[in-house]
Design a binder for this molecule. Structure first.
Ligand SMILES: *Cc1c(COP(=O)(O)O)cnc(C)c1O
Length: 355
């Protein structure tokens, strides 16, 4: 029996999308490769609501996160963390020798626009990172409000970790003024893990030019320059298999209608939240709930491992809490190509097990 994954990535991939991965190879220095990569970038521009450049990376999203903070910080980075993935971005800066400071809030709370303003007022920073959707706590940060603050600091590069939300929740990159908006294949895009992509603004290009050591494989300026010169080809051999599936999946996403896709995610989120409120409690601040996953306080102290064992017999799996919240919370993802009926079936199975 195949198990449907309701963990926050990777998610189960539709059979037709998966089948595209088995297409025969083409040379990565051919017109065909250029066309494939150009088409993907054009379609991704629609999903991200941007006219800026798109960079594809044969790495998971963490690669682009590391590349972004290293390639574009000339002075000092301010990392706003609301949980594990924000903390990881800070560690990436430190371990690359990038001067950085971390600004954290207790888990379950959001990054507030006023806090960003206070930090940027100091004039110490030329780059900030914000987690759009924190997968450990189920927080979706108020990026519209933060964007209003950023307007006062036009010299600052704004990086967003949208790994667990882009493609499932609306992020209007150009309107918000985001310079680098990063996501991976295996979450809301409903593809196998192994690739990632980001928006890359002209402002980010100029910022990177001022950074002397940007690394090599994940030097975002080098990727940008290469695709300009070589008609969307990449310096090293990319995962063409992922690209076949991504190109096809983007057609599906645009055919569904991007706003319909976001609405479907909200419908699934509301169903799970309501069930969680009635039976347990939500972990995150009610004002900033994620549209793509729900983190639930384990108020009934159920044995989550045992629950997953029972769910497994019925063809499902959910996630326990992240890190130190392993047994205190559990997480249900509602992203990518799942339907409200899938979530209803999952919840019905959980109800039957815990009743
Ligand atoms: C999954 C996730 C990551 C890590 O992405 P990878 O593709 O596994 O490298 C980073 N940030 C968030 C918010 C995530 O959910």
């Amino acid at each position: 029996m195949t198990i449907k994954l309701f963990i926050p990535g990777p998610v189960s991939v539709r059979e037709d999308v998966l089948a595209k991965m088995s297409g025969q190879m083409i040379g990565h220095r051919t017109k065909g490769a250029s066309e494939l990569q150009r088409n993907i970038s054009n379609k991704l521009r629609e999903v991200f609501f941007t006219k800026e450049e798109i960079l594809l990376s044969t790495s998971s999203g963490s690669g682009l996160m590391e590349g972004a903070v290293r390639s574009c910080t000339a002075k000092r980075a301010a990392v706003f963390s609301v949980g594990s993935f924000g903390d990881r971005w800070y560690d990436m800066a430190v371990q690359n020798g990038i001067p950085a400071d971390k600004f954290s809030v207790p888990e379950g709370q959001a990054t507030q626009a006023e806090a960003v303003d206070e930090v940027l007022k100091t004039g110490k920073y030329d780059l900030i990172t914000v987690t759009h959707n924190e997968t450990s706590s189920g927080i979706m940060n108020p990026v519209e409000e933060i964007s209003q603050v950023l307007k006062k600091y036009p010299e600052v590069i704004w990086c967003i970790d949208a790994v667990s939300s882009a493609g499932g929740s609306k992020i209007e990159v150009d309107k918000l003024g985001i310079d680098i908006c990063i996501t991976s294949t295996q979450k809301c895009f409903g593809l196998p893990p192994g690739m990632s992509f980001t928006t890359f603004s002209q402002k980010a290009v100029e910022a990177a030019k001022k950074v002397e050591f940007r690394g090599q494989y994940l030097d975002l300026l080098a990727l940008y320059n290469f695709i300009q010169k070589k008609d969307y080809q990449y310096p090293s051999t990319p995962s063409l298999s992922h690209m076949y599936a991504l190109d096809y999946q983007l057609d599906r996403i645009l055919a569904e209608g991007i706003d319909n896709r976001f609405a479907r995610h909200i419908e699934m989120a509301e169903y799970v939240r309501n069930w969680a409120r009635n039976n347990f409690a939500l972990f995150a601040d009610e004002r900033y709930l994620s549209n793509t996953l729900t983190v639930i306080k384990n108020t009934k102290e159920i044995d989550i491992k045992a629950l997953n064992g029972e769910l497994g017999k019925r063809g499902y799996v959910i996630a326990n809490g992240y890190g130190k919240m392993k047994d205190l919370t559990f997480r249900i993802s509602h992203m990518a190509d799942y339907t409200p009926d899938d979530l209803k079936n999952l919840i019905a199975a959980i109800d039957e097990i815990i009743k």
